[in-house]
Design a binder for this molecule. Structure first.
Ligand code: URP
Ligand code: ZN
Ligand code: ZN
Length: 484
């Protein structure tokens, strides 16, 4: 064995136990008492957890209107590693007029040589041409990009219901997972136009223009479309009890519907949008942050298993002219980039408030932060767990360490953190990726470029029965082969 992590408390998505963990050739080769090796890491008093998998973050990504995120694969991956992650899955965003493979090549060129941890991409599909559907999405899948994301809002990104069905069907026929940003574009436009016309342009009106009804309608429609073709679907960044309830109900009925929520919906509220001047812009994301009863409801859904993944939705736009204020200090809420940073704080916040706060178990924390993403995104059991044969992607946590969050303490390229001043207890102190140390005692010790692209397999939908849609009887010969 090359390395042994000694005397720690190991936790997986199902079990917590005392054991040493042995590593050889970048993989876990032993879980037992009293192991020894040339290099020993003392984890006395620490938790030995699977490295986190950050499954929703925007890195080196242009928005449809041309704005570039502040983080690239170097800073983004470093920030992720400091937050206890050993793998992340940012988006490769196809914009209209771009080919799918051209998009993947572009993101390869951005990620290669830059990332300190392993990575994959979810492919954003904004231009589902015939060629994209019949040739390029299958090729993307064969290349190990096994999740496709679509938008139901944003004028330059959104697809219509028929295109959505096309993508769901193609994804299903290959075993890929479709992800959706579900908000009703018409409702948002209708309210926004009226607010701006009447001079209500401050950041606080962003929340008013994205009501819960807009999310609920779109989630309901997205689930209906996915169930119609019996395709798996993951609703990203669910922000309302109404939306979470729809996900929960569909899951109860046996549909392959999955949900994700994010720290901002548990830890921030629309009062943050009311901060003086343009400060509120720092807290603008879509869907928007809501209120305290919503936070409580989302915690309950997290406890009850409605959400399979908990992701940061790190969308880093600085609070300056390069980002949020690119249209100047008088910008209307419609002109301010949506999104906020949080890559490094996702897991510490969940640990502090969730595990230490007694809301979720340590095993739920592991499932939400790593294991479920590994399964849903086709990386399990290579990643997301501590088991013989798995990659030695491990985060060692000090469950007692308390820090106050500051922007200076972050390792991303941002000039603010929305969680400034928050006291957080429980931090990752050492992070290994394939047995190589990335973070050691709070210091970065890995070189950018060591991270590898992970060609992902079919997601694992074990336990979700298929349903029959009579209209899609193969005898009707719709062209697409419907996988069992
Ligand atoms: O406001 C957000 N969430 N921005 C990032 C893009 C997205 O919709 O996920
Ligand atoms: Zn989104
Ligand atoms: Zn996002």
């Amino acid at each position: 064995m090359d390395i042994v992590i000694k005397n720690g408390t190991v936790a997986t998505a199902s079990d917590t136990f005392r054991a040493d963990v042995g590593i050889a050739g970048g993989r876990i080769t032993a879980i037992a008492d009293d192991l020894s090796a040339a290099r020993e890491i003392d984890a006395t008093g620490k938790l030995v957890l699977p490295g986190g998998i950050e499954a929703h973050c925007h890195i080196a990504q242009e928005s449809a209107t041309g704005g570039m995120t502040a983080d690239d694969y170097r800073s983004g991956s470093i920030s992720a590693a400091f937050g206890g992650n050993s793998c992340f899955i940012p988006f490769a965003a196809q914009h209209r007029g771009m080919g799918v493979l051209e998009t993947l090549d572009l993101y390869d060129s951005r990620a290669q040589g830059a990332s300190v941890i392993d990575y994959g991409y979810h492919l954003i599909v904004a231009d589902p041409t015939e060629k994209a559907l019949t040739e390029e999405l299958p090729q993307a899948f064969a290349r190990g990009v096994t999740s496709f994301k679509v938008f139901m809002t944003y004028d330059l990104m959104k697809i219509d219901d028929s295109q959505f069905l096309d993508i769901l069907s193609v994804a299903k026929s290959h075993g890929a997972l479709t992800m959706v940003h579900a908000e009703n574009s018409g409702i948002i436009k209708w309210i926004s136009d009226r607010l701006v016309a009447s001079g209500h342009t401050a950041p606080r009106y962003h929340a008013i223009s994205h009501p819960a009804a807009a999310e609920a309608e779109a989630i309901n429609r997205a689930i209906t479309l996915a169930r119609f073709v019996d395709a798996p679907l993951l609703i990203v960044h669910v922000s309302t009890p109404e939306g979470a309830g729809l996900v929960a109900q569909a899951r109860l009925e046996g549909a392959k519907i999955f949900g994700e929520t994010c720290p901002q919906y548990l830890f921030l509220t629309k009062d943050d949008l009311d901060r003086p001047g343009m400060e509120g812009a720092k807290f603008m994301c879509s869907p928007p942050v809501r209120d305290t009863p919503t936070q409580e409801a989302l915690w309950r859904h997290l406890q009850a298993g409605t959400f399979s993944v908990f992701s940061s939705d790190h969308a880093p736009y600085r609070f300056d002219a390069s980002g949020k204020l690119s249209k100047g200090p008088e910008a209307t809420f419609k002109q301010i980039a949506n999104g906020m940073p949080g890559l490094a704080l996702r897991l510490p916040l969940l640990f502090s408030e969730g595990v230490r706060g007694g809301r979720i178990t340590l095993n739920q924390f592991v499932a939400l932060g790593a294991t479920n993403a590994a399964k849903l995104y086709g990386m399990h059991p290579q990643k997301g767990t501590i088991a013989i044969g798995a990659d030695a992607d491990i985060a060692i946590w000090d469950p007692e360490e308390t820090r106050t969050v500051t922007v200076e303490g972050q390792h991303d390229n941002m000039d603010y953190t929305p969680f400034e001043g928050r006291q957080v207890t429980g931090w990752p102190v050492t992070v290994l990726s394939r047995g190589e140390t990335v973070i050691d005692g709070g210091e970065l010790v890995a070189e950018p470029g060591r991270g590898r692209f992970v060609a992902r397999a079919r997601p694992d939908f074990t336990g979700y029965p298929g349903t029959r849609t009579p209209e899609l009887d193969p005898a009707w010969n719709f062209g697409a082969e419907i996988a069992p």
